[in-house]
Design a protein around this ligand. Structure first.
Ligand code: NAD
Length: 244
C-alpha cells in the first residue's frame, strides 16, 4: 500500500484527486492538507506527497519532503526562477515527478509536437494557443510553456529570446525565430492547447482539449505509485508513461 498526502486538497485539483484515489486500491490517503494546516505534523506517516497547492507553497513542501526522505509529485505551475531553484536543490535527496500536465493525451501531444517540428522544419511558423477557465492564476499555462520548450529545443532557439507573448501595436513582420504564445481565459474551460505550424499554402494544427480534471488527477496518482520506487532525481510524466 502506498500512503499519500495531498496538499491543496480543498482546491479544484485536490477534490479531483480525492475522488479518483478511491479507484486506486494500492493507494491510501493518509493526509489532507490545505492552507493553514501543518504538513510537518503528518508527513512521517506517508510515502509520497502529491502537491497541487500553489507555486509559492511548493518549494517549502519539497524542502519538507527532502528532510523527511519522502517522494513528491509536483502538479503546481507558474513557478518563478527562485521557486525552481529551491525545488531543484532537493533532487539528490528524493525522487520527484514534476510535470506541467499529467494527462496521457497531453503527453502524447508533447511527443507529436516534437515529431511534427522535426519533420516540418524551419519553414513553418510556430504559434501556441491555450485556453483555460476564468479562475486560473498563471499565464501562459505550464503546458503551453512545456510545448514552447519542446519547439525551442527542436529549432535550437533560446526560448527567452524567441517567445512572443501576444502581439499589440506596430510589432512589425513576424520573425522566423518567433514562437508565439497566446493565453485565452474564460468560463470553466479545463484546458485547451493548440500548436500551429503555419507555412505558405498549408497549416498543421495539433490540438488537445481536456474536459475533466480527472485526467490530470489519475495521471498524478499513477505518478505517485511510480515515484516511490525510483532513485532520487527529477522525472516527468513522459518517464512515468515510459515514453522516453
Ligand atoms: P485551486 O486554487 O482550486 O486550489 C489550490 C488549493 O491550494 C486551494 O485550496 C488553496 O487553499 C490551497 N493552498 C494554497 N496555499 C497552500 C499552502 N501553502 N499549503 C496547502 N494548500 C495551499 O487551484 P487548482 O485549479 O486546483 O490548481 C492548483 C495548481 O495545480 C495550479 O498551480 C494549477 O496551475 C495546477 N494544475 C496543474 C495540472 C497538471 O496536470 N500539472 C492540472 C491542473 C492544475
Amino acid at each position: 500500500m502506498t500512503r499519500v498526502i495531498i496538499t491543496g486538497v480543498k482546491g479544484r485539483m485536490g477534490k479531483a484527486l480525492v475522488a479518483c484515489a478511491a479507484n486506486f486500491r494500492e493507494l491510501e490517503i493518509v493526509g489532507k492538507i490545505d492552507a493553514g494546516d501543518d504538513l510537518s505534523a503528518v508527513i512521517a506517516k506517508s510515502d509520497v506527497v502529491i502537491d497541487f497547492s500553489s507555486h509559492s507553497a511548493t518549494p517549502g513542501i519539497v524542502e519538507l519532503c527532502g528532510k523527511n526522505k519522502k517522494a513528491i509529485v509536483i502538479g503546481t505551475t507558474g513557478h518563478t526562477d527562485t521557486d525552481t531553484f529551491e525545488i531543484t536543490k532537493n533532487k539528490t535527496k528524493i525522487p520527484i515527478v514534476w510535470a506541467s500536465n499529467f494527462s496521457t493525451g497531453v503527453n502524447t501531444l508533447f511527443w507529436l509536437t516534437r515529431k511534427a517540428a522535426e519533420i516540418l522544419g524551419t519553414g513553418f511558423d510556430l504559434e501556441i494557443v491555450e485556453m483555460h477557465h476564468r479562475l486560473k492564476k498563471d499565464a501562459p499555462s505550464g503546458t503551453a510553456k512545456s510545448l514552447a520548450e519542446i519547439l525551442a529545443d527542436v529549432r535550437k532557439l533560446h526560448l527567452n529570446e524567441s517567445a512572443r507573448h501576444g502581439r499589440v501595436g506596430i510589432v512589425g513582420e513576424r520573425k522566423q525565430s518567433e514562437i508565439g504564445i497566446h493565453s485565452i481565459r474564460g468560463g470553466d474551460v479545463v484546458g485547451d492547447h493548440t500548436v500551429i505550424f503555419a507555412n505558405n499554402g498549408e497549416r498543421v494544427e495539433l490540438t488537445h482539449k481536456a474536459s475533466s480534471r480527472d485526467t490530470f488527477a489519475n495521471g498524478a496518482l499513477r505518478a505517485a505509485l511510480w515515484v516511490v520506487k525510483q532513485k532520487p532525481g527529477i522525472y516527468d510524466m513522459q518517464d512515468v508513461l515510459g515514453l522516453k
